[in-house]
Ligand binder design. Structure first.
Ligand code: FE2
Length: 275
């Protein structure tokens, strides 16, 4: 005889997922000594081990570029740091693929800086760029999203659920999505109620916005550790495993492949049309 919970799970698709999370993390401060991520190589390797334990097989290293970091690190510096970390991972037998990328503070000259190879796109593919808005003020990203799209580059807005202006005016996101952008929600925002507004805003985005993906934005193996497995389970429990797969696994994989996000209700013809 099936339990009430099992019956409810069968009806709604909500419940404990049938599989563990395994996938890509598109936003992680994993490179040692570059920004506010790990200070040392040992700390970086500890974070890499935590990523693997969390189910991540591929991570895009996204140190800050522009903004407060004042572009201290060029695209070339980041590529070289990734190459070095790969050699350390091999020596330490840590099965994690690391690719170059950046979390780029919003900047009107971004299309030109990408074209000049000063600023990195995600996985260095020239298709998606991860854009960070300033924390304490609001700069409307819509003109930049459109400019970048005209140049063949799609925007991902990093953790907008943490911004007060977005929390109070969530409708602004609609314009970004219509212009071809995607929203990156941070796993911790879905799990941690210390920032109640960010928590509520994050869940509303996952429920209402099709173009959402979840990333860790991890900085270390401790206080800001990767929590993608927990987020995957939480989304599956509340919204069903299909939604959890889409936002935690499928959409990050699409970005990694340099493709448009697969539509919510995908058919082969629609997927072809979205490319
Ligand atoms: Fe970040």
């Amino acid at each position: 005889m099936i339990s009430l919970l099992q019956a409810l799970t069968a009806l709604t698709g909500r419940g404990h997922p049938s599989q563990q999370f395994t996938g890509v993390d598109l936003h992680c401060h994993v490179l040692p000594g570059l920004d506010d991520g790990p200070a040392t190589e040992a700390e970086s390797l500890a974070l890499c081990r935590a990523l693997v334990a969390d189910g991540v097989h591929t991570v895009v290293a996204t140190p800050h570029q522009l903004g407060k970091m004042e572009q201290r690190y060029s695209a070339l510096d980041i590529r070289q740091a990734v190459t070095y970390l790969r050699t350390r991972l091999q020596l330490a037998n840590i099965p994690l693929e690391v690719l170059p990328g950046a979390e780029v503070r919003i900047h009107e000259g971004l299309p030109g800086l990408i074209h000049e190879d000063e600023v990195l796109t995600l996985a260095d593919r020239g298709r998606w760029v991860l854009i960070e808005l300033p924390r304490l003020s609001y700069i409307e990203p819509l003109p930049l999203i459109r400019q970048l799209k005209d140049a063949g580059i799609r925007s991902i807005i990093a953790h907008p659920e943490r911004h007060v202006c977005v929390q109070t005016h969530p409708h602004v996101i609609r314009g970004w999505i219509e212009a071809g952008a995607c929203i990156q929600v941070t796993a911790t925002s879905l799990l941690d109620r210390l920032e109640e507004e960010a928590y509520r805003c994050a869940w509303r985005m996952v429920a209402e916005v099709g173009a959402v993906l979840i990333a860790s934005d991890a900085h270390d193996a401790d206080r800001r550790r990767p929590r993608l497995s927990e987020a995957f389970r939480a989304v599956a429990l509340r919204m069903g495993e299909r939604v959890a797969r889409r936002v935690c696994i499928d959409h990050p994989a699409d970005v990694l492949a340099g493709q448009a996000l697969r539509p919510v209700f995908e058919t082969p013809a629609r997927r072809e049309a979205s490319r």
